[in-house]
Design a protein around this ligand. Sequence first.
Ligand code: 9WN
Length: 438
Amino acid sequence: YGVVYDPPRTPRSLHVRAAQVLEGNWTGTSTVPSRSLYPHQWSWDSAFIAIGLRHLSPLRAQTELETLLAAQWADGRVPHIVFNPSVPLDAYFPSPDFWRSSTAGRAAGAPRTAQTSGIVQPPVHALAAWLVHRADPGLSRARGFLAGVLPRLAAWHRYLLHRRDLGGGGLTSVVHPWEQGMDNSPCWDAPLSRVTPAPARSFRRADLAHGAPEDRPTDLDYGRYVRLATDYRDGRYADGEGDFAVEDPSFNALLIASEHALAEIAHELGATGTARHARAERLTAALVERLWDPAAGMFFCRDVRGGGLIPERSVSGLTPLLLPGLPRDIVAALVRTVRGPHFGLGDTTRLVPSYDLLGEAFDPHRYWRGPAWFNTSWLLERGLRLHGERQLADDLRESVLERADGTDFAEYVDPYTGEACGTTGFSWTAALALDLLQ
Ligand code: 9WN
């Protein structure tokens, strides 16, 4: 007696630490991907973040999406970055003075006050909005959340399907590697080789102050990114003229999944949603027709300017597994491919590598040229579960949680060793771990 009861300290749970990452990265109206490397709001990050945030605060999750959509351009595009005006210009490159959205973007209807980039990112937003709604339908209805976002999401999809059908086959094209979200994927090497890089001295990278150069894209890649973005800006962000146009399987699959979600949203608001489901099915057929490669057992990108499929195996070509309307033989082939030697899931790897383990350009540390990312594993986990591959999905879920935990929510990891790469305290890693914990 006389002893004060003082229980041994237990390590803080994964749930609590994930919540702390998201709390620390919250600005009051949205969440930055990383305080150091990415100090603004990013489009597809916010969608993934909202999917996790809904388990902590449905209100914050709704606000995250509303903040992003408030910066939508009048032509329907949702910008890939919404800049935080209180962050110094040199904290991230390219900064608002590069994009000049409120002047160069005027013809395309950029907002007058908010500063944004002029390119887009994958349309995960309608899927996120639907999942966020379902986390707390009462709050969502009371705030008119879905009724508020539906017109914006519909305009966003319209922009992609009409202004960005550059190949003429019904699919959407990306006009910059940053749009697709996997910046330096080897899929872009061939189409990028036709782009004359901007001189290295004409810009100053900010990312190298926070990330190891061997984990980031090269200076040559950056020269080409800058050239493409400069040309797009100088053309007043009009679509259809640039040197780079690629139909990407992951970008289009996310659009299709979001189109299905938009049908659910419309249905919830009293419409039938049938036409949107039908459109999603037509897009799925176009995806198979234009991008499926039976010999490889996966989807490839199509180089719209160069005129053919790009024979590089990237995780992007597996992502369509998340689609409900995919033919059974294609589902079976994708499952074989993800377990086979090129991706090694459950064999040599525990999270899905971003690129072909046997590919010439494979590098286990360099960004999207091999490392495993948490958002792509989350998407594949959903796809495997949807198509009845329960054991594979369970194992992948376990690995995502274990690596998120063991790396302090790394941005990405070495696909063989699971070692952390890039930054830590990365928002979508924390958010998607939270989602899988439920
Ligand atoms: C350029 C924010 C973004 C992600 C992308 C990822 C990376 C930016 C960069 O970071 O891209 O948009 O500066 O490298 O590739 O997927 O959205 O997390």
